[in-house]
Design a binder for this molecule. Sequence first.
Ligand SMILES: NC(=O)c1ccc[n+]([C@@H]2O[C@H](COP(=O)([O-])OP(=O)(O)OC[C@H]3O[C@@H](n4cnc5c(N)ncnc54)[C@H](O)[C@@H]3O)[C@@H](O)[C@H]2O)c1
Length: 395
Amino acid sequence: MFNEEHNLVPLRWAMVGGGRGSEIGHAHRAAAHRDGLFQLVAGAFDLDADRGRAFGSNLGLDPDRCYADYATMFAAETQRPDGIQAVSIATPNSTHYAISLAALRAGLHVICEKPVTFTVAEAEELRVEAQARGRVFGVMYGYSGFQMLHQARAMVQSGELGQVRVVNMQFAHGFHSQPVEQASSGAKWRTSPSVSGSTYVLGDLGTHIFHAGQYITGLKVERLMCHRQSFVASRAPLEDNAQVMLQYKSGAVGSLWASAVNAGSMHQQKIRVVGEKASIEWWDEYPNQLRYEVQGEPVRILERGMGYLAAEDAGVSCNRIGGGHAEGFFESWANIYHRYALAMHDAEARQQGTASVDDTQSNVWYPDIDSGIEGVRLLECCVESADNDSRWVTF
Ligand SMILES: NC(=O)c1ccc[n+]([C@@H]2O[C@H](COP(=O)([O-])OP(=O)(O)OC[C@H]3O[C@@H](n4cnc5c(N)ncnc54)[C@H](O)[C@@H]3O)[C@@H](O)[C@H]2O)c1
């Protein structure tokens, strides 16, 4: 069960991006504040400096700590005895690398949105920088805080499915079936290569379910092939639909469908893992359930919060309330932020040469820079394949 009690002082935390009207800024603030482990004390929230300052003040921040841009914020905050310790970066994709690097160099723990960078080389540079400085680098795969994904992983790892044969993944919504970017700034940058990067739906959506697949199965991808299209022609060269075939080193195979033109669909973010003996299936529109299908037996629907589920990580639970109550997107995000906070306190303790905050809370799992790198590697390989007549590309 979830443990609310801790003796940890909230981390002094800032945001870059996530300003007024942004899609994902509120999710970061809600998740970070949920358990009292972070306190928002500063921000460079917006490309428009005045709007960003006004927004920060409205959130209750000291106006002196609502900055015009991230560079000014990092420079000013490092001079303060009560300066920020951690920052979340919720800006469009093209800015992640430069802001993350500057944050690490300012000695901060970083939580960055996905896709974490444009290239694997950039993401690897961030890993080196974070490791050299003993900083936590989280990548915001927010769905990975759902208890049933952790249950799925436990079932695969304990052999309940037998050897994994097939991993079927999709994240295919229908909200951009028409050229909505003409009226929506959030959709506009997603379809602009200079801001979005070399992909649209593969990076925006595919990286999420790919991460879930990697987390649940632990399988290593050997090679892949990708086919991508722009059904709304003005989006070319960026795809609004893509299909990927995967071969894993174990001999298992997989597929991934990412789409924003799946007309009528809300999210359709799903994963099905097929083993020799049984299969499991999870769908983010019904996140509290996990289908468990043993060959020759009736289907079982496992429910979140129940005693029959696998034991959770010591000291960190993804189960906030007993079974029967619905948990959702915001709980999942809060679970991830909770893990980031524990990891950051652990890193601080290690750096000061003191024992970890609590032995049960050291080495806590969270979506880290390695997960971010794998996501960017997926994108690089998909683009190489798709742009070369869908040939197989070594991962
Ligand atoms: N993890 C998820 O589930 C999830 C969901 C949505 C978006 N995202 C990711 O979050 C990021 C932001 O997406 P969004 O949809 O919120 O975008 P958005 O366009 O809605 O908002 C971006 C915000 O960042 C600000 N901004 C842009 N450049 C800035 C800069 N240099 N300094 C300070 N502020 C700046 C903008 O003014 C705006 O407030 C993207 O990388 C996206 O892929 C992730």
